[in-house]
Write a protein that binds this ligand. Structure first.
Ligand code: PLP
Length: 405
């Protein structure tokens, strides 16, 4: 891959911070946007903006077509069978809340059980917890090894006749672990349970085929995939979605509204109440097209080499603790320097122009598992370079020098 050419596509990367070229390593939180996406957003507002689905006029028809084209692009990107299986939401969080609410209403009762893992983002814990509270159900938790891998034997033991669903992250946003989701799904299905895969940290790194995975739900956010904020996707198998009640009520999700009784629209509109975020959906389509033109396999190969290099360099630093050393991983590194608070490390790096995240990364139960309060997280994306990995290591060593550890 021609990395310089890719970097040139991202205007923000040419910025300087405190007089130094920015090293943006906070991609797990959100990614930067290529010019193609920025241009699409401007073009949509400048040339094609009108509310979708409800207008007979030219602009509304154009916007509707662009929105439904975006849905087809997402369908192909995930290799879903049908466009109706693609529901646009405001992000992964909304997608999981939708699934938890609607699934819970239809399938979960008192005494039932939902399985999650200890490495889940709060977005894939709390919606299930809230649903369990409403329904009188409970959560069971898959433990992990010290290296940050799921204990698959323990996973198998969590099933009971009361297990309804497994909610599992494809890639850990804190450890970078890539979970064996296909195997997880197979085991769950054998036990008669459904599976939701949280793909917020996977779709930008790994080609995803929801039919091959055979997952029941798959959720992701546009902004972590070089697309706009405020747009995300819930994929659901059609037969399952057909059976679920809507999550939110409002315009577009209805067929016939009467005070006596209201009937609902067909899929996917049943789950898209109110004015959809059609502009950002088209922005997301543009981001997907950008990724596909770079090549998911090429991106994977480049990121794997970069991850391996960064890991080797980080491991050479004395007094560093890296959380998550799974065999299958992405370029997300959680680390601590002995005797230095992660916020202090983050501040020193910031002054060197290096953007990392510090804190719990919305994974408090995982922090508890390791007995720590937070980490420094550096997360790499397709536009990061080997030199930037070196600058991160230099920054960490400088922090050690300043704090004399
Ligand atoms: N799941 C994982 C694994 C994440 O990393 C995140 C965000 O960091 C989310 C879910 C929630 O994504 P969003 O905040 O875009 O809804």
């Amino acid at each position: 891959m021609d990395i310089q050419k890719i970097r040139d596509d991202f205007p923000i990367l040419s910025q300087k911070v405190y007089g130094k070229p920015i090293v943006y390593l906070d991609n797990g939180a959100t990614t930067q946007k290529p010019k193609a996406v920025l241009d699409t957003l401007v073009r949509m507002y400048a040339e094609q903006n009108a509310n979708i689905h409800r207008g007979v006029h030219f602009l509304s028809e154009q916007a509707t077509e662009a929105y439904e084209n975006a849905r087809r692009t997402v369908r192909d990107f995930l290799n879903a069978e049908l466009s109706q299986e693609i529901i646009f939401t405001s992000g992964a969080t909304a997608a999981i809340n939708l699934a938890a609410f609607s699934y819970g209403e239809r399938y979960v009762g008192a005494g039932d059980e939902i399985i999650v893992s200890v490495m889940e983002h709060h977005s894939n814990i709390v919606p299930w917890q809230m649903m369990c509270e409403r329904k009188g159900a409970s959560l069971k938790v898959i433990p992990i090894s010290d290296s940050g891998e799921l204990l698959m034997e323990e996973y198998g033991k969590l099933f009971s006749p009361k297990t309804r669903l497994v909610a599992i992250t494809h890639v850990s946003n804190t450890l970078g672990t890539v979970n064996p989701v296909k195997e997880i799904i197979r085991i769950a299905h054998e036990a008669g349970a459904h599976v939701l895969v949280d793909g917020a940290q996977s779709v930008q790194h790994i080609p995803v085929d929801v039919q091959d995975l055979a997952c029941d739900f798959f959720a992701f956010s546009g902004h972590k995939l070089y697309g706009p904020t405020g747009i995300g996707v819930l994929y659901g198998r059609r037969e399952l979605l057909d059976e679920l009640p809507p999550w939110q009520g409002g315009g577009d999700m209805v067929d016939c509204v009467r005070f006596e009784q209201t009937t609902y629209n067909e899929l996917p509109f049943k789950f898209e109440a109110g004015t959809a975020n059609y502009i950002d959906a088209v922005g997301l389509e543009s981001a997907i097209r950008y990724l596909l033109s770079a090549g998911m396999e090429e991106i994977g190969a480049y990121e794997a080499a970069l991850t391996q290099y960064a890991l080797e360099q980080l491991q050479q630093i004395d007094g560093i603790r890296i959380f998550g050393t799974a065999k299958h991983r992405t370029g997300t590194f959680s680390l601590l320097l002995d005797g230095i608070h992660p916020y202090d490390t983050g501040m020193i790096l910031d002054k060197m122009g290096i953007a990392v995240r510090t804190g719990t990364h919305c994974t408090q139960p995982l922090m508890q598992r390791y007995g720590i309060e937070g980490t420094v997280r550096a997360s790499f994306a397709l536009y990061n370079t080997f030199e930037e990995a070196d600058r991160l290591c230099e920054g960490l060593k400088k922090a050690q020098k300043l704090f004399k550890t």
